[in-house]
Design a protein around this ligand. Structure first.
Ligand SMILES: CC(C)(COP(=O)(O)OP(=O)(O)OC[C@H]1O[C@@H](n2cnc3c(N)ncnc32)[C@H](O)[C@@H]1OP(=O)(O)O)[C@@H](O)C(=O)NCCC(=O)NCCS
Length: 180
C-alpha cells in the first residue's frame, strides 16, 4: 500500500477489496459508455453480477492485480488492472517455453480527479507487478476515438503496434465489386 498527501486529501494506492466492487462496477460501466461515446445507460443486473465475479477472481488469482486509488475524503476515485496472459509458443524451436505477457486493462479515474497524477500512481503498482514476474513489456488496447486515453498512453511512452479496423459488409462488398 502506498500513501501520499495530495493538495487537500491523502491518496492511498492499494489492492482492491470486495467492499470496493459496487463502485468498481460503476467505474467499468462508465468506462464502457466513455469508450462507446454513449449517453448514460443502466447496466443489466446479470452483467453487474458477471463483472463482480470477474473482479472477485482478480482478488484470488496470482496472475491478476486490481488496484484502486482512494482519497481520504472522497473515497475510491480510480482503478487499474493488470493480468498475465499465458500462452504456448508457436514454434518447435522455442521448445516448451511458456510465453507471458502483461496486459493492462480497466483503467479509470473519476473526471473531477484527472490530471493530478492519480493514474500515474496506480500505474507504478501495475509496473511493479509485471517486473516482479520478470516481465518488462506492457501491452494494452484503447479505442482510436478515445482521445484522452491516446494522450495519456502516448505521454507514458506507449507506441501503437497494431490497428483494429472495422467496416460494414455492405462497404466491403462495394469495394470488392465482384461479390454476388
Ligand atoms: C486515462 C486516465 C485513466 C488518466 O488518468 P489521470 O489520473 O488523469 O492520469 P495522470 O494524471 O496520472 O496522468 C498521467 C500522464 O498522462 C498525462 N495526461 C493525462 N490525461 C491527459 C490528457 N487528457 N491530455 C494530455 N495528457 C494527459 C498527464 O499529464 C501525465 O503526464 P505528466 O506526468 O507528464 O503530467 C483518465 O483520463 C480516465 O479515466 N479516462 C477515461 C477512461 C479511459 O479512457 N481509460 C483508458 C482506457 S484504455
Amino acid at each position: 500500500m502506498t500513501t501520499k498527501d495530495t493538495q487537500i486529501e491523502k491518496l492511498t494506492i492499494r489492492p482492491a477489496r470486495k467492499a470496493d466492487f459496487p463502485i468498481l462496477v460503476d467505474f467499468l460501466a462508465k468506462l464502457a459508455l466513455h469508450v462507446a461515446d454513449s449517453p448514460p445507460l443502466t447496466l443489466r443486473e446479470e452483467e453487474r453480477k458477471h463483472l463482480q465475479d470477474n473482479l472477485a477472481d482478480a482478488l484470488v488469482n496470482d496472475d491478476k492485480l486490481l488496484i484502486v486509488a482512494e482519497l481520504s475524503k472522497s473515497g475510491v476515485v480510480g482503478m487499474g488492472y493488470i493480468h498475465i496472459l499465458r500462452s504456448q509458443g508457436l514454434w518447435e524451436q522455442d521448445g516448451d517455453q511458456e510465453l507471458q505477457t502483461a496486459v493492462i486493462d480497466d483503467t479509470w479515474v473519476e473526471p473531477a480527479f484527472r490530471q493530478q497524477g492519480i493514474f500515474g500512481a496506480i500505474l507504478c503498482k501495475l509496473i511493479s507487478f509485471a517486473e516482479d514476474r520478470g516481465l518488462q513489456d506492457l501491452i494494452l488496447e484503447y479505442a482510436a476515438s478515445n482521445k484522452e486515453a491516446k494522450a495519456t498512453w502516448t505521454r507514458l511512452g506507449f507506441e501503437t503496434t497494431g490497428v483494429r479496423a472495422a467496416a460494414s459488409t455492405a462497404t466491403v462488398k462495394k469495394k470488392l465489386a465482384k461479390c454476388p
